[in-house]
Design a protein around this ligand. Structure first.
Ligand code: FAD
Length: 438
């Protein structure tokens, strides 16, 4: 029997059928397009927690997509395996014409895609990838000499200069739905069969609240307010389209658009400087002698440092999987400067807990706070938790919400005194930077 001819559309961090660049291209250029999603064992086996809300979120979204494709007379093939195995199987079962996917910029994604591309090219199958996750591609905003920017402000200026309306256009995947592969529903994969379970975490809505964005520049730094979009998880897994969001941002609030440009910036940095994954962007900062006190780290993780704004942030993170950006900056600065704990420890903890965890932005945020990143805060800028509280949580509403006991006499003493910690950080950083100069 001859094999069925199909084209594969491979879902990854783009879990939507609407306005999906690669899906649109597959459907408009080919016929018999079979959508596939792989629960990648290489990724899942690295996760420590069976109750990981992000896996549950992906699982729910994948099942929703499957239902949607089934209503269109097709289905979604869901696999729990490694990409290489899946493509071996698919190419032996079907006559695969081509594979379409949206580009992934992280080191693991790049390596995975190279391997799949090689496997496919040995079988003379084209692997087409598209820009979908970002607004501007990693090589679309470069300095005049063709090298990447390492400072945000000129990058942002150039980004705004070179971007055209084309970057915001929607892809009408629905208009070509007739090109889907007609088939009976495939089987389901349960969370439990993959070693995971339901968590009951509340996932922020994927709807942009216009009134929040209109006021974004005024309220985004106040953690007690509902002043940011909470769309991080949806951007991370592509359950909303960055183009649609950016189109609204352009109309509603330029400061909000600027944050989306930061997102592109960190993705571009990760692509061009992949060493940042485990090393400081600026090598001199790898000479810092971290104290790495495990007890202090545990106190920070649990929100028991005695600094109410730090504790509030960590408790918000532990309970909800979210932490407000201002407080991410404060808690990260506290860990690296006050406690002199290696930024990689904090980065790892955030990576485990954040619903919106994104390697590029998390790494960028942590290296910014530690002073080691591209365009980072200068090392001598040590956030004073008290002043930060006065400025950004003046009525203490955020702190009261997460650390209700802080006004009691029993609220614990700070694990380290601010003035002393600041001096210690400055001396330690200076020592490392002086050493690097020699
Ligand atoms: C130490 C530290 C760690 C961080 N880790 C992450 C992370 O793992 N994932 C992540 O998406 N962001 C991270 N950020 C950036 C920022 O804190 C979050 O994007 C933001 O708080 C998410 O909330 P929101 O969706 O309400 O964002 P909004 O303020 O509504 O912004 C909208 C979107 O813009 C993007 N964005 C906003 N600020 C930034 C920024 N500074 N850098 C890059 N993108 C930005 C995000 O995709 C965000 O969802 C980190 C920041 C710091 C200081």
């Amino acid at each position: 029997m001859s094999k069925k001819e199909i084209t594969v559309f491979w879902f990854r961090r783009d879990l939507r059928a609407d306005d999906n660049a690669a899906l649109f291209h597959a459907l408009s250029e080919k016929e018999n397009v079979l959508p596939v999603f792989i629960f990648d064992k290489n990724i899942l086996e690295e996760l420590n927690n069976a109750a990981d809300p992000r896996v549950e979120f992906i699982h729910n979204k994948v099942l929703q997509l499957k239902k949607w494709f089934e209503a269109e007379g097709s289905s979604l093939l869901i696999k729990h395996s490694t990409p290489q195995k899946v493509f071996q199987e698919l190419t032996s079962e079907y006559q695969v014409e081509a594979v379409y996917a949206n580009r992934d910029y992280e080191p693991y994604g790049r390596e995975r895609d190279e391997k799949v591309k090689k496997l496919l090219s040995e079988k003379k199958i084209d692997f087409h990838t598209f820009k979908d996750h970002v607004l501007m591609e990693i090589d679309e905003v470069l300095k005049k000499d063709g090298t990447p920017y390492t400072v945000f402000s000129p990058y942002g200026k150039m980004w705004r200069k070179v971007i055209t309306d084309d970057a915001f256009k929607s892809y009408d995947s629905f208009g070509h739905i007739a090109s889907l592969y007609s088939c009976k529903p495939f089987g389901n994969t349960t969370l439990e069969s993959m070693g995971f379970k339901k968590t009951g975490y509340a996932i922020p809505s994927d709807q942009l609240q216009n009134e929040v964005i209109v006021e974004y520049d005024k309220k985004r730094n106040l953690p007690a307010e509902n002043g940011t979009s909470r769309l991080g998880i949806h951007l991370r897994f592509g359950t909303i389209s960055i183009r649609k969001l950016a189109k609204k941002a352009r109309l509603l609030n330029d400061t909000f658009l600027n944050e989306l440009i930061w997102r592109d910036f960190f993705m571009m940095i990760l692509w061009h400087f992949p060493h940042v994954v485990d090393k400081a962007f600026k090598p001199a900062y790898d000479l810092i002698e971290w104290r790495n006190d495990e007890k202090a780290f545990e106190a920070w993780c649990k929100g028991k440092t005695g600094y109410p704004i730090v504790d509030a942030g960590m408790r918000e993170l532990n309970e909800t999987g979210f932490m407000h950006n201002r407080v991410r900056m404060i808690t990260a600065s506290f860990l690296t400067k006050h406690l002199l704990i290696d930024w990689r420890w904090g980065e790892r903890y955030f990576a485990e807990k954040l619903l919106d965890f994104e390697l590029s932005s998390n790494n960028g945020g942590w290296q910014w706070a530690a002073g080691s990143g591209c365009d980072a805060a200068p090392y001598f800028r040590v956030f004073n938790p008290e002043l930060q509280t006065k400025k950004f949580d003046p009525k203490l509403n955020y702190i009261r919400k997460w650390v209700p006991e802080f006004e009691d006499f029993v609220y614990q003493k700070p694990i380290v005194e601010h003035k002393f910690a600041r001096e210690r950080a400055l001396n330690t950083y200076k020592k490392a930077l002086d050493k690097a100069k020699k």
